[in-house]
Ligand binder design. Structure first.
Ligand SMILES: C[S@@+](CC[C@H](N)C(=O)[O-])C[C@H]1O[C@@H](n2cnc3c(N)ncnc32)[C@H](O)[C@@H]1O
Length: 225
């Protein structure tokens, strides 16, 4: 379903009409990189879309892989990287599936506005995949819409966008419970992120991979059901 919707969006909409597409990186990511808190390393952009942020990171010296479920998106991203003379690998893959071909481990993984496309039933499998993509002590940055966001014409956890996609809006507590078995959370906070029409409230988490995924209980595993 999501793959079909995303293929349609990336094939039919010009980039300017895609609500999340930006040419420039978000301030939050730029600050982490340009302050030196995240240093050039082998990194993966999960749900990279049209590739702007992966292209920015590659330009900052990162060895970048960008992945997205949409083949059209990674084709656009690859073309944009080529036009900018930047070396960056883009792969079409479902992040809920088998990622063994990606050649992990990575030192830094981030998902920017991806997790709200992954519903609670799939989140445990997704986070386990992120864990497996990273080196022990690898860093993970995750930013997704908060259920405090007044946007998208409504309230509640599931909200429909004007493009027909349905997003899941998260709380800080549910994300803490989701991440904690796998990562040591260094920061978890609500931030305002830029949108084309208006800013959005998002939950931002910066985490370090634990050596072993331990300590998750049956109750926590329920989050993924
Ligand atoms: C809201 S867009 C954000 C794109 C990009 N991170 C940005 O901020 O410009 C979410 C992206 O996640 C991708 N996506 C959704 N579900 C996915 C999945 N299961 N595996 C890989 N990519 C997925 C979509 O195709 C889309 O490009």
């Amino acid at each position: 379903m999501i793959k079909k919707q995303m293929e349609r969006i990336y094939r039919e909409q010009p980039l300017d009409a895609i609500p999340w597409h930006m040419d420039h990186p978000p301030d939050l990511l730029r600050d982490l990189v340009e302050s030196g808190r995240i240093k050039p390393c082998r990194a993966i952009d999960m749900g990279c879309g049209s590739g702007s942020y992966a292209i920015y990171m590659a330009g900052q010296g990162f060895e970048m892989t960008g992945v997205d479920i949409s083949e059209a998106a990674v084709a656009i991203a690859g073309k944009r990287a080529l036009e900018r003379g930047v070396s960056c690998r883009f792969v079409a893959v479902d992040l809920l599936g088998d990622l063994s071909d990606l050649g992990s481990p990575f030192d830094f993984a981030y998902d920017w506005e991806l997790l709200h496309h992954i519903f609670p039933a799939d989140r445990f499998a997704y986070i386990r995949n992120v864990f497996e993509l990273l080196h022990p002590e690898g860093l993970y940055l995750s930013v997704c819409f908060s259920d405090d966001d007044p946007g998208f014409g409504g309230e509640g956890k599931f909200r429909k966008t004007r493009l027909g996609t349905v997003l899941y809006f998260s709380s800080e507590d549910e994300l803490r419970a989701l991440f904690q078995p796998f990562f040591r959370i260094e920061e978890l906070k609500i931030v305002d992120i830029e949108g084309k029409i208006s800013a959005h409230k998002a939950v931002c988490a910066l985490m370090r991979r634990k050596e072993h995924a331990a300590g998750f209980t049956a109750a926590e595993r329920e989050i993924g059901k």
